[in-house]
Design a protein around this ligand. Structure first.
Ligand SMILES: Cc1cc2nc3c(=O)[nH]c(=O)nc-3n(C[C@H](O)[C@H](O)[C@H](O)COP(=O)(O)OP(=O)(O)OC[C@H]3O[C@@H](n4cnc5c(N)ncnc54)[C@H](O)[C@@H]3O)c2cc1C
Length: 320
């Protein structure tokens, strides 16, 4: 009798727990596969910024990384292993890396020498054209924290200001997102003459986030302003913060102007050409010793960099 009861309990457990679990796991894997296929068709399967690199021989398929991703469907379990199913959604938060119990995930860009969408930069963020630098997401590293830190770092290692010449800026910063704002504040702090240009208002990509999107950021420190006091902001609060900083420090900016080319003159000075967003026939030109491109990655930036003559991936050398 006892044996029969034991067997009934075992069968009960299998019927009520194990089978539904297996069915659910199969359904999830099927769903992940479909998402991966759909993303592939939309060209959104591959990440454009730093992303999880999964060591399949270490992955135990526990799915912790899938659940911890704050952006939702970036990772899924396919064939019992963690897989990137919607790479374009990855913002590089790195929660997957931190949560993996077996250390199977690292966050990075992969082999950039093979990527035709990542411009070559040296250790100082300088491109193949000496004097032109790349800050923030344009270089492949997303997150507000990275953008701010790169914007600050580039300014710090620019040469001390040359004797001031009217209409020749020490640095022109294109892009008024976190990288560009940090660079502009750094320029004030380091007494560099600068101009900040953006095709829209101040704040960068945050303006394109969905309404009331919660933004997570590590506690970053801006030049002059100091540390951001919170690690979570609603989209609208963050835009308000960037606009307040813009006004408080009277950032020297021209907004609603779109960069369409940068040409190096024979004397080494950069000629920066922009059009007016509201009147594309209206062209303005500005001159600078150095350029910081902080354009993000939401439009045709890669084509623009190619037009300027900046090299990518394996073509990794400065112009002579
Ligand atoms: C939906 C979404 C959610 C995100 N959530 C988070 C989050 O929670 N936490 C986090 O840390 N990060 C998050 N990110 C990533 C973060 O927004 C970016 O990494 C960060 O904004 C990059 O800053 P940036 O200054 O490099 O560029 P951006 O913020 O992209 O700013 C680039 C600026 O350059 C301007 N520009 C571009 N081309 C031109 C041109 N030709 N002429 C003039 N101006 C130009 C644009 O108008 C823009 O203002 C998220 C991104 C998205 C899309």
């Amino acid at each position: 009798m006892e044996t029969i009861v034991t067997w009934l309990v075992v069968v009960g457990i299998i019927l009520f727990f194990v089978l539904p679990y297996i069915r659910k796991t199969k359904q999830n894997a099927q769903l992940s596969l479909q998402t991966k296929e759909r993303s592939k068709q939309l060209g959104a399967d591959k990440p454009t910024v730093q992303h999880p690199q999964i060591n399949l021989s270490l992955c135990i398929g526990c799915g912790t990384c899938v659940r911890k991703c704050p952006e939702g469907t970036v990772l899924g379990l396919v064939g019992g292993k963690s897989t990137i199913i919607n790479g374009a959604n990855c913002k590089g938060h790195g929660r997957c890396e931190a949560s993996c119990p077996v250390g199977a995930i690292t966050i990075g860009l992969g082999d950039t020498s093979k990527r035709t969408d990542i411009p070559f930069v040296d250790a100082n963020q300088q491109t193949s054209i000496a004097g032109i630098y790349i800050a923030g997401e344009l270089g492949g590293f997303a997150l507000i924290r990275n953008a701010v830190n790169q914007g600050k770092a580039i300014i710090k290692q620019l040469k001390p200001p040359l004797p001031k010449t009217p209409d020749l800026f020490d640095v022109i910063i294109i892009g008024g997102g976190p990288a560009g704002i940090a660079a502009a504040l750094g320029a004030i702090e380091n007494q560099l003459s600068y101009l900040l240009i953006d095709q829209q208002g101040i704040g960068g990509t945050v303006r394109q986030y969905p309404r009331e999107k919660l933004v997570l950021t590590d506690l970053v420190e801006l030049p002059l302003y100091g540390k951001l006091t919170r690690s979570e902001y609603a989209k609208e609060e963050l835009i308000q913060l960037w606009e307040t900083i813009h006004d408080q420090y009277k950032l020297h900016s021209v907004l609603s102007k779109k960069l369409f080319n940068v040409v190096r003159q024979d004397d080494g000075v950069f000629d920066v050409r922009v059009t007016d967003i509201n009147d594309p026939k209206m062209i303005s030109r500005y001159k600078a010793q150095n350029i910081i491109l902080a354009l993000g990655r939401r439009g045709n930036e890669i084509a623009l960099l190619k037009k300027i003559g900046i090299r990518f991936g394996a073509e990794n050398d400065h112009d002579k």
